[in-house]
Structure formats: structure tokens, C-alpha cells
Design a protein. Structure first.
Length: 521
């Protein structure tokens, strides 16, 4: 029963519904008052005066009962809706029968007003049910009444007029309901994406929002990363495909990214040649027939693109594109916020001078890498490095030159590492390197290259005079062969660092022969 009386105006509050019905009530009161005044006028005969006066009172009472009693109760009780829709519809023509001069006016106005209210408050189907139950009694009543020609006209005019009103109100209601649903979807997306600072989670929420709000056979979310457009989500005809890099040259995606504005293509095969573009398929090897896409922009930058498509032509409307734009905009703001948060968090892990990881975060990252290597039954090499006689650089050339030495040294270290390797500033002029998956020989080679590059470094003081390049002492320890716990690993590498210093500095301890022995075991 509830679904039968489902209405597009279900989102309205009781106060908002009263705001809609109150003007109709006032109209009925004014019409009743007008009939009452006419009934008192001298040009109305004495015989007709009681009919006008009684009709005006009946008209007013009917409107009051309808709007102030029946409809409010109908919001709470389903049986009252049946009273209005079925019984009430038949009652209107019957009430018009005793008042031939004004009964027609009563019938026309009340049938039209009631069908509008039923359509607004209960929905389209109840309005048609009312219209049917209102028309059938009228045929019987008017056969018993006067002026056949006039009645024949009204038998057609009243249902037709009510039909037009029903369709108009239902159309407006459907449009409002669609707009409200879109706003609810946008609000839902905004709340969801605003609750996370994880870029991947934002993309997943965006994917779910598209799937829930738009009838699309395929969609994708592309994110710009390092000058490339990566499809983080690719859904096509019920299948999610793994992320891939998209080369959008001479495609609709490229057009949206280049123009930085949305596009709605109702018929792809017809419109694509006119744009000078060639069809590009991703996912299944099947061309979509309608497509729309919008850029994701925040802070004046294009973060990516969201596109949906259908295998039917003319599948999307302009308001669908507006919804996609709004959802994409909310996601873009959330992504931008997530990126900024990630940047701030990453900066909190970095040493402010050299840009390498600070002591605390390096230890956490080292522990995680050691755990992963142990699970994979692989080794991890740790190198502890210390710049020789670094204090003399500060004392002789000043702290600014000393800072430059530290910056150059950290750059040299990073130059010889892979993306999975870590480097951190342990403190002062001491640094640490984690080499996951590396054995002792490989770590020794890395340490050698760092030493050789550092010796070739050309430095100048504040006056532009050349100063000697620094040297570095290094100690290496291997996990889990020499230490199966990171603090023991750090302690062992640190002991070997001091062993290298005691041997005269610019040394690497242990020797390469030691690591060859470890490897062979």
C-alpha cells in the first residue's frame, strides 16, 4: 500500500505540504465568499438565492474539511487515502446534483483542485484512480440532470482538464524528485569523501557513487601521476579491470583533459568524426555509443578525469552530466586535500635540511622492511655512514658550508639507491641506509660507489675558493644472518662504523671478503 501511494513530493515536510495546499484553501474560501455575495445580490431571484447561499457554505465547508482534516489524516493513515481517492471522487459529482445553477462550477473546480492535491501528496497512480472514480459517477449523475449538450461537453472537458493537470503535476514532481535525488547523491558523496584522507579510498568512494547514481555500462577514473594518466578504476559491463596507464592521444579523454571542460556525446559514432577524433576502446573491445566525461580540478590544477559510457545511444542527459560534474568536483577537492595531507605527513618524516628521513621515521620504516624481508626469507643490509672530521668543516669554513656538505652528501647517497631503498639522517653528520633484498656484497658495492663519488665532489667556501672533499666511514650489517632484530642490527652496523674510523677513516667495515664468506654459507 505504501508503494502504491509513493509520491515524488515525499521529501516535503508537513509544513512544506501545508504551504502548497494553503493557497488552494484560500482560493476555495474566496470562491465560496464570491458565491455568497452573488447570492445576496439583487439580480439573483428569490428562488435561486438559497441555492447560491447554501452552495457557498457547502463549497467552503467542503474545502475546509478536505484540506484541514482529510488530507492531514491521509498522511498518517492509508485507509483515509482510499476514502479520498475512491469515495471522495464519486462524491463530488453527486454533491453537484442538488444545485443545478452552481453544481457545475462546484464539480469543475473541486474535481480539478482535488486531482492536483492527490497528485502532489499521493502520486500519479492515485491521481488516475481518482480521475476514473470521478468520471464514472458523473456520467450517471449528468444523465439525470439538465441540458444534455452542456453535460456532454463537461463529461469530456473535466476528465481531459484533470488529465492535463495530473500529467503536469506528476512531471514537475518527477523533475523535483530527480533533482532531490541528485542533491542527495552529491551530499552523500561529499560526506563520504570528506571523511577520509586516503587518496585510494577517495577513488573507491567515487567509483561507488558513480555506480549507485548513474546508469552506465562502463566508467573509469583516471588520475594524473608523474605526467601520466593512470586508470585507477576501470569498470566495463560488470567487470572491474586492473589499473593501467591510459594514452589519451586523439581521444575524447584527451579532449576533456586538453580543454579542461566537460563533454556529453549522445551518439559516439556520429559525433566523433565531426570532432576529428578516432574511437578508442578500453576494457572490452567494444565501442560505447554514448559518453560523457568531466575533468577533476582543484586548486587550479587538473587532477584527473571521470568518464561514464553506455552501449546505448542517447543514454545520458544534461542533468546527468551536471551530477557527474558535481560528484567529480567533490572527489577532486577530497583528493587535493588528501594529497596535501600526505605531503604534510611526508614532510614530518623528513629531515628539514637534507630531505632524507629523520631518525624516528627511519627506524619505523626499517622495522617494517625487516619484517617484510623476514616473511619473504630475504636479507636486508644496513649501512651506517659518518662524514670524517666533519667538525673541522664547521670550524674552518662555517656552518653554512657544513650544511652544504650534508646536503651534497645526502644527494650522493640517494643517487646510488633504488626506489625501494631507504636513507635517513641518524643525527649530526651520521646517516643510515636500508637496502631490502640486498646481500653483503651488494651493500659493500653501494658503499664503495658512495665513497668514490664523495671523493670526487667539488666544494667551494663562501669566497669561491675550492675546499677539500670530505670522506666517509661506513659500517655494514646483514639481517637476519648477523642480527635478527633491528636494534641489534643497528648496534652491529654502528660498531663496524667505529671500527672503520679506528682503521684510519674513509674505510668500509667489514671487508668484501667477509661478505663473500657470508654469502657462500
Amino acid at each position: 500500500m505504501v508503494s502504491f501511494f509513493h509520491t515524488s513530493f515525499r521529501h516535503l515536510t508537513p509544513a512544506e505540504r501545508r504551504r502548497i495546499t494553503s493557497p488552494i484553501l484560500w482560493l476555495m474560501l474566496i470562491l465560496g465568499l464570491g458565491l455568497f455575495v452573488v447570492g445576496l445580490s439583487p439580480w439573483v431571484s428569490v428562488e435561486e438565492r438559497p441555492i447560491y447561499l447554501g452552495g457557498s457554505l457547502l463549497f467552503t465547508l467542503y474545502g475546509w474539511v478536505l484540506l484541514r482534516i482529510l488530507f492531514p489524516y491521509a498522511e498518517r493513515f492509508a485507509w483515509m487515502r482510499w476514502v479520498i481517492v475512491v469515495g471522495h471522487a464519486a462524491l463530488i459529482p453527486v454533491l453537484s446534483l442538488p444545485f443545478p445553477p452552481i453544481g457545475l462550477l462546484f464539480d469543475v473546480l473541486m474535481s480539478s483542485i482535488t486531482v492536483i492535491l492527490v497528485a502532489i501528496l499521493f502520486g500519479r497512480k492515485p491521481a488516475y484512480l481518482f480521475l476514473t472514480n470521478n468520471t464514472l459517477p458523473r456520467i450517471f449523475v449528468y444523465q439525470k440532470s439538465f441540458l444534455l449538450l452542456q453535460h456532454d461537453f463537461l463529461l469530456i472537458a473535466i476528465p481531459f482538464f484533470s488529465l492535463v493537470l495530473t500529467e503536469t503535476v506528476s512531471g514537475v514532481g518527477a523533475l523535483l524528485n530527480r533533482k532531490i535525488s541528485y542533491l542527495e547523491a552529491i551530499n552523500h558523496v561529499a560526506r563520504k569523501v570528506g571523511s577520509t584522507i586516503e587518496p585510494r579510498e577517495v577513488v573507491n568512494l567515487l567509483s561507488a557513487a558513480i555506480r549507485d547514481t548513474l546508469e552506465a555500462d562502463t566508467y573509469y577514473v583516471g588520475i594524473h601521476r608523474d605526467g601520466r594518466l593512470c586508470l585507477e578504476v576501470l569498470y566495463d559491463d560488470g567487470i572491474f579491470y586492473p589499473p593501467e596507464e591510459l594514452r589519451p592521444e586523439n581521444s575524447l579523454t584527451a579532449l576533456v583533459v586538453k580543454e579542461r571542460r566537460s563533454r556529453l556525446i549522445a551518439n559516439v559514432p556520429k559525433e566523433l568524426p565531426a570532432l576529428g577524433l578516432t574511437p578508442v576502446t578500453i576494457g572490452k573491445d567494444k565501442m560505447s555509443l554514448s559518453w560523457m566525461g568531466t575533468p577533476m580540478e582543484a586548486g587550479g590544477h587538473t587532477l584527473g578525469i571521470v568518464a561514464v559510457a553506455s552501449y546505448r545511444p542517447n543514454a545520458f542527459r544534461p542533468d546527468d552530466l551536471e551530477l557527474l560534474e558535481s560528484i567529480a568536483q567533490q572527489a577532486a577537492l577530497a583528493l587535493d586535500n588528501a594529497y596535501h595531507h600526505a605531503e604534510v605527513e611526508e614532510q614530518s618524516h623528513r629531515d628539514s635540511l637534507t630531505g632524507v628521513y629523520n631518525h624516528g621515521y627511519f627506524l619505523l620504516a626499517l622495522e617494517e622492511q625487516a619484517r617484510q624481508m623476514k616473511a619473504e626469507n630475504r636479507s636486508l643490509a644496513l649501512i651506517m655512514l659518518d662524514i670524517d672530521f666533519f667538525k673541522s668543516y664547521n670550524d674552518t669554513y662555517g656552518h653554512l658550508v657544513g650544511d652544504q656538505v650534508l646536503i651534497h652528501f645526502s644527494d650522493i647517497i640517494r643517487r646510488h639507491l633504488k626506489a625501494t631503498d631507504l636513507v635517513g639522517r641518524w643525527g649530526g653528520e651520521e646517516f643510515a641506509i636500508s637496502l631490502p633484498g640486498a646481500n653483503g656484497v651488494q651493500a659493500y658495492r653501494v658503499a664503495q660507489r658512495i665513497s668514490e663519488t664523495l671523493r670526487a665532489l667539488q666544494l667551494q667556501d663562501r669566497d669561491g675558493n675550492s675546499i677539500p672533499a670530505p670522506t666517509v666511514s661506513q659500517g655494514i650489517a646483514l639481517f637476519p644472518y648477523e642480527a635478527d632484530e633491528i636494534y641489534a642490527l643497528v648496534d652491529l652496523a654502528d660498531q663496524r662504523l667505529y671500527l672503520a674510523k679506528n682503521r684510519g677513516r674513509d674505510q668500509i667495515a667489514p671487508s668484501l671478503q667477509h661478505w663473500r664468506y657470508i654469502v657462500t654459507q
